[in-house]
Design a protein around this ligand. Structure first.
Ligand code: PBG
Ligand code: ZN
Length: 333
């Protein structure tokens, strides 16, 4: 009677299937495909322009012409989806972020240029949020030191319909106001834009990982922080409530953001909803990898591969990642 017979090596050896690359590939459970990747872009309010982003090595804010050129070369790598963030013209920010819904604003012009050039070969997703357009940097209208949820909804819906009118395929609200998916869906439908889909940033945490993005988009709050509307990192059950709510309001796809510190949340949302699920591999996650790789402290190819695989293994169908271009160009996947 030995109680160690189960662990005696001999009959069952998991290492058999790890012996060669071909065997490992044969039994691999997770595959990251180019079609799953979404490349974010920061768009300047000009035709020209290419401004490197210091805290995000390898990335730049692009004028519309350079954006079109870059997207064309990314398409040849297999990147068929982009997520656009706009920056308004100098001096155009105000308390209500009114230029966010300007039909000739940065994002609308970029959408028209991209869809005019690439048509149905390219999926154009736009971030819908006011923080890059308000002078106070919050994601909605501020009233008495607090973001007024319901007064912000109309502005978000107007921004979404402006993007839809310009030709966006998918709008992605990232503000975390309650009820914004319903408000945007109703506004799109009322405008005859019922084919435009909503990718909801359903589960978005108040995270320190957004730091580099706020430099790039010039969208840092001028007072306070976003904890009054973005989620508390301590909560996971709340993520399920948010995901269910947005699904019931008409979201076509859900997102968890950030990704790597929230793989448990990705898994739980995956098991709660059958909607396509996106993970946002955010700016701070990207910059941390870049900084360590520049110092020679980490092997960038290996880290990026492992991180992207982790998000997909956790349950993400789509991954929004600043690594998309390099990962494909340099064959890291
Ligand atoms: C706008 C928005 C943010 C990000 C996406 N949309 C910043 C924020 O909420 O402060 C972060 C993306 C990233 O860090 O890569 N609300
Ligand atoms: Zn915002």
């Amino acid at each position: 009677m030995s109680d160690n017979h189960v662990t005696t090596p001999g009959r069952i050896r998991p290492r058999r299937l790890r012996a060669t690359q071909a065997l490992r590939d044969l039994v691999a459970e997770t595959h990251v495909r180019a079609e799953q990747l979404i490349m974010p872009h920061f768009v300047l309010p000009t035709q020209q322009g290419d401004e490197p982003i210091p805290s995000m090595p390898g990335l730049a804010r692009l004028g519309v012409d350079n954006l079109v050129r870059t997207v064309e070369s990314d398409l040849s790598l297999g990147i068929r989806s982009v997520l656009l963030f706009g920056t308004p013209e100098e001096g155009r920010k105000d308390a209500s972020g009114s230029c966010a819904s300007d039909p000739n604003g940065t994002v609308s012009r970029a959408i028209r240029a991209l869809k005019g050039r690439f048509g149905r070969d390219l999926i154009v997703i736009t971030d819908v949020c006011l923080c890059a357009y308000t002078d106070h940097g919050h994601c909605g209208i501020v009233e008495g030191g607090r973001v007024d949820n319901d007064r912000s909804l109309g502005l978000l819906a107007a921004m979404a319909t402006a993007h839809a009118d310009a030709g966006a395929d998918i709008v992605a609200p990232s503000d975390m106001m309650d009820g914004r998916v319903a408000a945007i869906r109703d506004a799109l439908d009322a405008r005859g834009q019922s084919d435009v889909a909503i990718l909801s940033y359903a589960v978005k945490y108040a995270s320190a990982y957004y730091g580099p993005f706020r430099d790039a988009a010039d969208s840092a709050p001028q007072h306070g922080d976003r904890r009054g509307y973005q989620m508390d990192p301590r909560n996971a059950n709340e993520a399920i409530r948010e995901a269910r709510l947005d699904e019931s309001e008409g979201a076509d796809m859900l997102m968890v953001k950030p990704a790597l510190a929230y793989l448990d949340v990705i898994r739980r949302v995956r098991e709660t909803s059958t909607l396509p699920l996106a993970a946002y591999n955010v700016s701070g996650e990207y910059s941390a990898v870049k900084a360590a790789a520049e110092r020679g402290w980490l092997d960038e190819a290996g880290i990026v591969r492992e991180n992207l695989q982790a998000m997909v293994r956790a349950g993400a169908d789509l991954v929004i990642t600043y690594h998309a271009r390099e990962a494909l160009q340099r064959r890291w996947l």
